[in-house]
Design a protein around this ligand. Structure first.
Ligand code: NAD
Ligand code: UDP
Ligand code: UDP
Length: 326
């Protein structure tokens, strides 16, 4: 007879979150625990921090393992969320070879794990697979416009290759895969020095420094609050095996960097001025998700307006800076 779990744990899953000590991963771990699941957080702490998961340590359902996913991992779990990978240009360009290895070899290892266990695996892919897009907004059938040899390629092409691996494991080994393409996400636990626009602007404004605008500031991005994203990721994991993605997850509200700077200055009451700097190589001109698929298949859309999300993120950074400086 098959051993039965005690009834209280009947619905409890043991969930692996790679990159669980990072910005998005730490929110996902917290949400899974709130829902009664048990979480195995695997992270090599390249960009993730213990502070992000400090509130989870001590929870009997939370387990932390320091491990680099470019090496094989033998554990027993019911579901896998693969988030491990530095996400900001500053961090992923620091050691570009390791970035590609994390996306590609890391994906092979996590897919090998999912194949041995026969469990569903979700890949945190990215809007960067669309590169500097020539269609707007970006929908999932668009193949992208990516430079294969530029400074951003380690991230973009690594993530594209990971998607290829996911779909080949699906076709060849019948794995249940869930590929989501995440658009710019922000919120508490972003790294204050990772160079991303939301954290840069907020930290600069809180310190009364000038706001650094790259290029003329007319390039656009669409910003999703992290709680909305995590809800979308979990909705995706809950879909039947026939739903593989790729599915865009993001907030379609599109803003120029000048508009974002204006909102941050207003909400922080900062007297900082705008300071224009050169635009980085291959910086996409515009980005906005088409989320028709996510709406139809997941009944999901982002709910938190930019202003409200910025207020929460500003409150978080104000605390972090006060603790660091006080
Ligand atoms: P993050 O840098 O805060 O988190 C990444 C985590 O992965 C960190 O904790 C880091 O230490 C860990 N990590 C890196 N390499 C590893 C390795 N080889 N082995 C084990 N752990 C490793 O970034 P994030 O913003 O939380 O992004 C999470 C995922 O979502 C990434 O895969 C990223 O590509 C994807 N994504 C994020 C965004 C965004 O706007 N934040 C957008 C698109 C896609
Ligand atoms: N792997 C892992 N954990 C497992 C099973 C596999 O880390 O539980 C890794 C292992 O390193 C392997 C890779 O995943 O090389 C791919 O596994 P797969 O079974 O697809 O390929 P193979 O073992 O035949 O190379
Ligand atoms: N950016 C900016 N000032 C900064 C940091 C970034 O104007 O201090 C710009 C950057 O050039 C890009 C946009 O903001 O056009 C978003 O950058 P981020 O690195 O956050 O995300 P990604 O380019 O990966 O979408």
């Amino acid at each position: 007879m098959t051993p039965q779990r005690p009834p209280r744990y009947a619905m409890q899953k043991r969930v692996l979150v790679t990159g669980g000590a990072g910005f998005i991963g730490s929110h996902l771990c917290a949400r899974l625990l709130e829902q009664g699941h048990s979480v195995l957080c695997v992270d090599n702490f390249f960009t993730g921090t213990r502070a992000n998961i400090a509130g989870l340590i001590g929870n009997p359902n939370f387990e932390l393992m320091r491990h680099d996913i470019t090496f094989p991992l033998y554990v027993e779990v019911d579901e896998i969320y693969n988030l491990a990978c530095p996400a900001s240009p500053v961090h992923y360009q620091f050691d570009p070879v390791q970035t590609t290895k994390t996306s590609v070899i890391g994906a092979v290892n996590m897919l090998g794990l999912a194949k041995r266990l026969r469990v569903p695996i979700l890949q945190a892919s990215t809007s960067e697979v669309y590169g500097d897009p020539s269609v707007h907004p970006q929908f999932e059938e668009y193949w992208g416009n990516v430079n294969p040899i530029g400074p951003r390629s380690c991230y973009d092409e690594g993530k594209r290759c990971a998607e290829t691996l996911f779909f080949d494991y699906h076709r060849q080994h019948k794995l249940a895969i869930k590929v989501i393409r995440i658009f710019n996400t922000y919120g508490p636990h972003m790294h204050p020095n990772d160079g991303r626009v939301v954290s840069n602007f907020i930290v600069q404004a809180l310190r009364g420094e000038n706001i650094t605008i790259y290029g003329d500031g007319t390039q656009t991005r669409s910003f999703c609050y992290v709680d909305d994203l995590v809800a979308g990721m979990m909705a995706m994991m809950a879909t039947p095996d026939s739903v593989t993605g790729p599915i865009n997850l993001g907030n379609p509200g599109e803003f120029t960097m000048l508009e974002l700077a204006q909102q941050v200055l207003e909400l922080t009451g900062s007297a900082g001025k705008l300071e224009f700097r050169p635009l980085p190589t291959d910086d996409p001109r515009q980005r906005q998700p088409d989320i028709a698929k996510a709406k139809a298949l997941l009944d999901w859309e982002a709910r938190v307006p930019l202003r409200q999300g910025l207020e929460k993120t500003i409150a978080y950074f104000a605390e972090v800076l006060a603790a660091a400086e006080g």
